[in-house]
Design a binder for this molecule. Structure first.
Ligand code: FER
Length: 297
C-alpha cells in the first residue's frame, strides 16, 4: 500500500517535472500553445512616432517590383518582391536587407500586411535609413511554395531556404541591381518563421550577413548553442543582433532563450518586449522601423 502510494507520488512528480521542462502551455496572444519565456531583462521599448507606417503626402516614394529567378536548390523559377528606395540610382551602390515572412505567408506577406514601402519611404524622408534595397523572398523552399492547405506542414521547407537564398537569390539580386556584395552590406530579418530563419541563417552564415533581426521568432529558431557555437567569433563578426516580440505572444520563449544566452556570454543583443501586443503586424512593423534604422551604419 505504502509502495503504491510512493510510486503514484513519484509518477506525479515525474509528470510535473516534465511539464515544467517542456514549459506550460499559455493562454492569449499568439494562439500557439508554447513554452514559458526565459526570465530576461528586456531592452527599453521606445514607442514609434505616430504615422511611421502611414502614407505621408508630398514625399518621394520608392517602387515595388516582382522578380523571378531560377532556384538551383528548389529546381523551379521562384518569385521575390523588391522595394527600391526613392530615386534608386544604378550609378550608386546599395546595401540589401532580406526581409522574410511567416508560416502563412509568401513573398507578398510583408507588402499586404506590413507597409514596408511606406515605412521605408518615411524613414528616407526623415533621413533615418542608409541606402538599401529590401528583398522580400518566398522562404518556403519547395516546388509548391504557395501558402495553401495545411501551412504548418510546410515547416521543413523553411529550413531548406538558406540553400536557395545563398545559392541562387543573392547572386541573382547582385546581378540585377546595383548593390554591394559583401557581408557588411547584407542584413537579414523576418517575422515569426522568418525570424527563426533570420537568426538561423544570419548567425549561421556570418560570412554572408553582418546584421540579423528576429521579430516574434518561431519555434524553428535553433538553440543558442547552435546559433552561437563560438562566442568570440560572433562577438567579432556579427554587427547587430536585434529582436522584438509582443508581451502577449506565446512565442517569446524563442527570443528570450537567445537573449538570456547572449547576456550570460557577453554577446551584444537587443530584445524588446512590445507591450500589450501578440503575434501580429503591429510588432513586425515596429521591428522593421527600428531594425532598418540600425543597419549599414
Ligand atoms: C509553431 C508556432 C508558430 C510553429 C510555427 C509557428 C511549426 C509559426 C508562426 C508564424 O510564422 O507566424 O509551433 O511550428
Amino acid at each position: 500500500m505504502k509502495k503504491t502510494l510512493l510510486s503514484i507520488l513519484a509518477l506525479a512528480l515525474a509528470v510535473f517535472m516534465a511539464n515544467a521542462q517542456m514549459g506550460r502551455p499559455m493562454g492569449g496572444g499568439g494562439g500557439f500553445g508554447q513554452i514559458a519565456p526565459v526570465d530576461v531583462t528586456f531592452d527599453p521599448y521606445v514607442e514609434a512616432p505616430a504615422g511611421f507606417d502611414a502614407e505621408r503626402p508630398g514625399i518621394d516614394r520608392g517602387t515595388i517590383e516582382t522578380v523571378e529567378y531560377k532556384s538551383e536548390s528548389v529546381g523551379t523559377v521562384r518569385k521575390a518582391t523588391v522595394y527600391l528606395p526613392p530615386k534608386y540610382d544604378p550609378a550608386k551602390k546599395y546595401s540589401v536587407l532580406y526581409l522574410l515572412h511567416g508560416i502563412g505567408g509568401d513573398e507578398l506577406e510583408w507588402l499586404k500586411g506590413g507597409a514596408p514601402n511606406v515605412i521605408m519611404d518615411n524613414l528616407y524622408a526623415d533621413g533615418k535609413a542608409a541606402d538599401m534595397i529590401v528583398v522580400m523572398p518566398n522562404g518556403r523552399a519547395q516546388a509548391n511554395d504557395r501558402a495553401e492547405g495545411n501551412v504548418m506542414a510546410t515547416f521543413p521547407a523553411f529550413a531548406e531556404f538558406d540553400k536557395d537564398l545563398i545559392g541562387s537569390l543573392i547572386p541573382f539580386i547582385e546581378g540585377k541591381y546595383s548593390v554591394y556584395s559583401d557581408r557588411e552590406h547584407r542584413a537579414i530579418a523576418g517575422l515569426s518563421m522568418g525570424g527563426g530563419q533570420s537568426l538561423n541563417f544570419g548567425l549561421g552564415h556570418m560570412d554572408v550577413f553582418a546584421f540579423v533581426g528576429g521579430f516574434s521568432s518561431a519555434p524553428n529558431t535553433s538553440t543558442p548553442e547552435v546559433l552561437i557555437p563560438d562566442v568570440e567569433k560572433t562577438k567579432a563578426e556579427n554587427k547587430l543582433l536585434w529582436m522584438v516580440c509582443g508581451s502577449e505572444d506565446n512565442l517569446m520563449y524563442n527570443s528570450s532563450r537567445l537573449k538570456a544566452f547572449c547576456d550570460e556570454h557577453g554577446v551584444p543583443c537587443t530584445l524588446i518586449e512590445y507591450p500589450g501586443e501578440g503575434h501580429n503586424f503591429v510588432v513586425w512593423k515596429y521591428g522593421l522601423f527600428n531594425f532598418a534604422q540600425l543597419i549599414f551604419k
